[in-house]
Every structure is written in C-alpha cells, then in structure tokens.
Ligand binder design. Sequence first.
Ligand SMILES: Nc1ncnc2c1ncn2[C@@H]1O[C@H](COP(=O)(O)OP(=O)(O)OP(=O)(O)O)[C@@H](O)[C@H]1O
Ligand code: SF4
Ligand SMILES: [Mg+2]
Length: 362
Amino acid sequence: MSDLETEPLLDVRGLVKHFPVKSGAFGRVSAHVRAVDGVDFHVKQGETLAIVGESGCGKSTVGRLVLRLIEPTRGQVRFEGDDLLALDSDQMRARRRRLQVIFQDPYASLNPRMTVGAMLGEPLWLHRLVGNEQQRSARVSELLELVGLRPDHARRYPHEFSGGQRQRIAIARALAVEPRLIVADEPVSALDVSIQAQVINLMKQLQQRFGLAYIFISHDLAVVKHIADRIAVMYLGRIVETATTEELFRHPRHPYTRALLSAVPLPDPTAIRERALLEGDIPSAINPPAGCHFHTRCPFARASCRSDVPQLIADGTGHATACPWWPELPAPPALVEGVRNEQDRIRLDRLQAAFVSQTEAS
Ligand SMILES: Nc1ncnc2c1ncn2[C@@H]1O[C@H](COP(=O)(O)OP(=O)(O)OP(=O)(O)O)[C@@H](O)[C@H]1O
Ligand code: SF4
Ligand SMILES: [Mg+2]
C-alpha cells in the first residue's frame, strides 16, 4: 500500500498561532494572542470533522492556517502527503485547487458586481479546467444544477438571491475546481433553521457523490450532529476532546464538552438535560490560565489543574480527552423530565422538523 493510501488526507501536528499585539506610539509588540496553542488532528478522505467551541476559541484561525491564508507560528500541515508549509507560492497556488473554503456570510464572499456565471467561470479559466466558452458555459450550468439552482441563474447577480441560495452559489464556486477538502467556516450560522437543514443536506449529498472531506467549523453542536463523522472540541486554542459524533454525544468525557452538550436541546420535547452551566466568561487568549486552560471554570478542578497542562490522550477507540481526571468524574448530567425553556423548544422543534422533511425529500 502506498503512503498516500495509508496517510490521512490532512494531518495537522503541533499547530500554533500567536498573533502579536502592538501598543504604544512606536507600535511595539507588548503581548501575543494565543489563538491556537498546539493542536493535532487529521481528516480522512470523504469524512467530516467538525470543530466546535465558544466564540474566540480559535476555530477560524485553525481553518485559515490549514488553508494557509495565514502562516503559523509553529507546526506542520500535511495535505495529500505534502508539507503545505514548505511549498512556495506557485506550488501552493496549484494545491489551493484541492483545498477550498466556504465562509459564513455568502454575501460578503461573493463579488456583488459579477454575475454568478462569471463568478463560477473564473476559477474554471484560471485552473484551465475548460478549453473554450462552450465548455465553460456547460460546466457553469452543471455546477448550478448540482447545487439545486437553474442554469439561467448564471445571468443574475448575488443580490438577486436569498441567503440560502447565495450559500449554494458559494458551494458551487468551491466545487468548480474539484477540491478534495472544503473548510466550511460557520457555513449555515447566518441562515434560518429550515434553510440550514437544506444546505447541510446538500453538503452531505455532494460529499457522497464526490468523496469530499469537510472541516465544518461551528459554535452549534446541534447543527454539527447532522453532518459530522467526528468532532473536535476546542477551548482557548486547544483541542480538549475528539471522538466520533455518536460517541461524543453519548459519552462526553471532558467537563467542557459536557457543559456545551448540556446546552443542546434534546430530541424528546418533554426531556431536558440538567444544565451544567459554565461559570464566568472565557478568559482572555492573551494571558490564558496556566495548566489546564479550563481550570477557572471547571467545577471539578483540583490544585494540580492550575499547573499541569493536560495532554490530549486517546484510548483504543480513538476517543481522546485532555483531562486526566475524567474517569473519576461523576456521570454526565442525566435526562430529567421537565419543562423546556420555550425558546429552546421552538428552535429544536423547527430544526428537527426541517431535518426530517429534508431527509425524507432527499
Ligand atoms: N488577525 C488577528 N490579530 C489578532 N488577534 C486575532 C486575529 N485573528 C483572530 N484573533 C484572536 O484570536 C482568537 C481566536 O479567534 P478566532 O477568530 O479563531 O476564533 P473563533 O473560534 O473562530 O471565534 P468565533 O466563533 O467568534 O468566530 C480570538 O481571541 C481573536 O480575537
Ligand atoms: S484537567 Fe482539571 S480543570 Fe481541566 S478539565 Fe480536567 S478536572 Fe477540569
Ligand atoms: Mg470564527
């Protein structure tokens, strides 16, 4: 078997990004934001890895580092067997075709002055994927149909579309160059829940059809549940837990994951989880707490947590946890009967109804 067959599509090791903070009249570097503080993960061909965590934990920075839109402070990013950080700009340009991105706000990422046809046609010319105008037009029509739009939409401008349709155009543009991996940074967060379900189901269909891999970045575990094969939970620049989606939802180990999950509405409308509410705000990434970054908010913290950095250690099944104390912690909050917060109930009911109808329709 060749290395490429055994190696994951993407392999990230010891990735660190510290942004300098400048202050004073001379703009001297006075501190660093430790946005990403040493993360390791991999993505296999055709799978979806979700990266979840609260705002500011470093999710988007990880995505931008993988795409090499910014340079890391340290670490290694291997994609299809190549060390991406060792490539020069010409080599990186060729690689970029295989590594695409979809952002949260499709309106901001689409050029308002270009027709959809021109926007989809541009990468086809740039990467010489079509030889003449006829082939370009045929490929643009095909891409629009792939994402559930019509060929005549090619003549329209982004403002003529709804938010969900614009995200479909962004997906078509990413697909145009036949990528292997798409980094999707909060791709449905700006959309209404029923539209979220449509876009996620479209992404799943395209994944199956073309063997795509996704890094799906989201702050919303309820959304991630419907698309991710595996989940990596981040807290203040570090991954604190990774597992398959089913395992993470069934047997969360890290106290932070448990707290995040306790805020996710449950499928049974009569049940609620005891909330493991997080106390206090996320500490600043400029001066994160020593030892376990989570110790200032962890209900189970002990003295050594203030000094010892917990390693992300995997068991035989691949479930990895950055808390040495997890086997001794009390069982995660149980489901209890109760009246759900009305807003949560409405949101969950709509989300579920949307997923059921979408799944049945597909
Ligand atoms: N260019 C930059 N210069 C300085 N600090 C930055 C820069 N980009 C991000 N940061 C900081 O790095 C940390 C991580 O930011 P990042 O955008 O990766 O978080 P995130 O998890 O994507 O958050 P959100 O859910 O709000 O999108 C934050 O403290 C942020 O303020
Ligand atoms: S290492 Fe300590 S502070 Fe960190 S999650 Fe585990 S128990 Fe909590
Ligand atoms: Mg972000």
